[in-house]
Design a protein around this ligand. Structure first.
Ligand SMILES: Nc1ncnc2c1ncn2[C@@H]1O[C@H](COP(=O)(O)OP(=O)(O)OP(=O)(O)O)[C@@H](O)[C@H]1O
Ligand SMILES: [Mg+2]
Ligand SMILES: [Zn+2]
Length: 329
């Protein structure tokens, strides 16, 4: 975790806390003017707590008076809740509504960082990594099924039908995404929309507030390698982000160099995420036989056993688009 991202997350969480308190003050004022009975109870409660402080400050041996005041306080709160409901408000309307009830938006719980703080810091780090990739360029809206229309594969598969199914799968995958969603392997020849659809999923899932990392396998591995061998001293820990983000998208598997370091990193990333039940989307030009030739069995068997496979078919859309453009001239 980089300090800078932790600092940004901390300041955002403290802003949340201030917003929650400001909203709570506003609600108190609203209720005090609208429901005078509650205003009166609040006035009495305020008096009660002042008395309590006085008793404690005087150091008197007043355990039973403290007890009595506490009981009075509890009864008053029950009354307030009843009055709120009777006036059409939810009973917890005057409780401070923190974004994270676990740490009351302080960022700390149980003597350590709260998970809301570390999750936000990871999200900030991820958005920085994604900034260079074109995550916002591709969307489901700009995906056009007509490019596959009237085409058949060598085996006679209808490309339109096959791609329509993949398109629908990807849309509902993004719409119902959770950390329990399955991993996906997208394979097929060049220019068929693998990157387009995985980026569309990335932006939809990012919009839902999950942490998503997208880049080509080469770029990720180079970054991890530079950090691992001390060539990058920025303090970034890309490997941790790859292992922990809610959704990881590894584009162009198979275009990286064949080094033992890369093989072991790919195995580590795929294996760790499977063990943590975190979804990964891999896209590649290789077919099954290509994948099983290039990677060790311990990698391929894990992908084979746990990923949902989608075989992209059709004619290179890059070429089709270029032809359309030329025809318009
Ligand atoms: N169905 C489609 N509708 C609109 N644009 C598409 C479609 N499929 C692909 N494209 C566009 O065509 C180009 C190539 O597609 P994309 O990069 O997604 O292919 P790919 O399958 O990832 O290819 P590669 O294997 O070479 O990485 C991109 O600009 C993409 O936006
Ligand atoms: Mg691609
Ligand atoms: Zn928290």
């Amino acid at each position: 975790m980089k300090l800078e991202h932790l600092e940004q997350a901390r300041s955002e969480i403290s802003a949340r806390r201030n917003r929650a308190k400001t909203e709570n003050d506003r609600r108190f004022e609203e209720i005090n003017t609208l429901i005078p009975e509650i205003a009166e109870i609040n006035r009495q409660l305020f008096q009660t707590s002042r008395n309590l402080m006085q008793i404690i400050r005087n150091g008197e041996n007043t355990a039973d008076r403290v007890e009595a005041l506490k009981r009075q306080n509890q009864q008053a709160q029950i009354m307030v809740r009843k009055l709120l409901i009777a006036n059409g408000y939810p009973e917890d309307y005057l409780n401070i509504a923190y974004t994270c009830p676990k740490c009351s938006d302080t960022g700390y719980s149980g003597g350590t960082y709260c998970s809301c703080l570390t999750a936000l810091a990871a999200k900030i780090a991820a958005s920085e990594l994604n900034r260079n990739a074109q995550v916002n360029l591709c969307s489901f809206k700009s995906f056009d099924l007509s490019y596959y229309y009237g085409r058949k594969t060598e085996n006679g598969t209808d490309c339109y039908k096959a791609m329509e199914m993949i398109f629908e799968f990807c849309k509902s995958y993004a719409a119902s995404f959770s950390k329990e969603s399955p991993s996906i392997l997208m394979f097929g020849k060049t220019g068929l929309g693998k990157t387009h659809l995985s980026l569309s999923i990335a932006s939809a899932v990012l919009e839902k507030g999950f942490s998503v990392l997208y880049d080509s396998v080469i770029n990720f591995l180079r970054q991890v390698e530079n950090e691992h061998f001390g060539r990058d001293t920025s303090g970034n820990d890309t490997l941790s982000l790859l292992l922990e983000c809610d959704l990881l998208i590894l584009d162009d598997l198979g275009t990286e160099f064949d080094t033992p370091f890369y093989q072991s990193m790919i195995y580590n990333i795929i294996n760790t995420r499977i063990n943590r039940c975190l979804p990964t989307i891999i896209s590649t030009n290789m077919d099954w036989s290509g994948i099983s030739h290039k990677y060790e069995e311990r990698i391929t068997s894990r992908i084979f056993a746990t990923y949902v496979n989608h075989h992209f078919v059709g004619y290179d859309v890059r070429i089709l688009k270029a032809q359309q453009k030329a025809a318009r001239r």
